[in-house]
Ligand binder design. Structure first.
Ligand code: ZN
Ligand code: ZN
Length: 251
């Protein structure tokens, strides 16, 4: 089928088949080629339009993907466990810590089981929480690990005794500050504080005061940094689990 082949410089057109061999003379505007000193290719308006349509479709697809990613990001930030990043920022500023908690980072990993585990890394200023399906557990473990960092960051922190009286009091006061009410635990200074704080968080989740919706199992995320950075960091962390600090020991 004959197509219009136009010169982009002089706008003169010829009719020629849509398919021409690469060196077909009709592909080129010879007068303009002679004038400019370089071969001037003719363009097919029909093909240009097709190209533009394809570019537009691609743009729309990219836009759609960008919006989908943004929605996913927003959902992740407001559902559990992604929302732990938000609470991490908020809870880092609790008065109960009695310490400056700046510079800490949080990495969230997922596991399929009920329970959550956590690690506080002194040298890396990092917290890693591996969250299970029990939401209250995840919230409590995050607070527990923050309490370890609070201990290290308090004056004379290297002598702070973890999992002892001062530690449990610190965790309990932090939980009370978060919940805005007291947790009756007279003189208890052991793992029962963990249990009581989990129970309190369970009530919070049940009352809808903390996000109770768990996002489907997905790759780990971490703060601070960009989302791309977090994803990179998470991938790196997944390959090589963080080494425990030399001293004091991780908790
Ligand atoms: Zn021309
Ligand atoms: Zn601990």
């Amino acid at each position: 089928m004959a197509r219009r082949w136009n010169c982009p410089l002089c706008a003169s057109g010829i009719n020629a088949p849509e398919r021409l061999v690469r060196d077909d003379v009709r592909r080129y505007c010879l007068p303009c080629s002679v004038t400019s000193g370089k071969l001037v290719r003719r363009e097919m308006p029909a093909q240009l339009r097709k190209k533009e349509a394809r570019a537009e479709a691609r743009k729309a697809r990219n836009q759609e993907a960008r919006e989908r990613r943004r929605t996913e990001r927003e959902q992740a930030a407001t559902t559990y466990p992604g929302v732990l990043h938000t609470y991490f920022e908020r809870w880092s500023r609790l008065k109960a810590w009695g310490a400056d908690m700046k510079g800490l980072s949080l990495t969230i990993r997922r596991r399929a089981g009920l329970y959550s585990t956590g690690h506080a890394y002194w040298a890396r200023n990092a917290i890693v929480v591996t969250v299970g399906t029990c939401l209250a557990e995840g919230y409590e473990v995050l607070l527990h690990e923050l309490a370890h960092h609070a201990g290290w960051r308090r004056p004379g922190g290297l002598r702070f005794k973890h999992h002892e009286t001062a530690f449990w009091a610190c965790l309990l006061h932090a939980a009370e500050e978060v919940l805005g009410r007291s947790i009756p635990l007279e003189g208890v200074a052991d793992r029962r504080v963990d249990t009581a704080v989990v129970a309190a968080f369970t009530e919070e989740v049940a009352a809808g005061r903390l996000p109770g919706v768990a996002a489907p199992l997905k790759r780990a995320t971490s703060t601070p940094g960009t989302w791309a950075g977090r994803a990179r960091e998470a991938r790196a962390a997944a390959v090589a689990p963080p080494a425990p600090p030399a001293a004091p020991p991780s908790q």
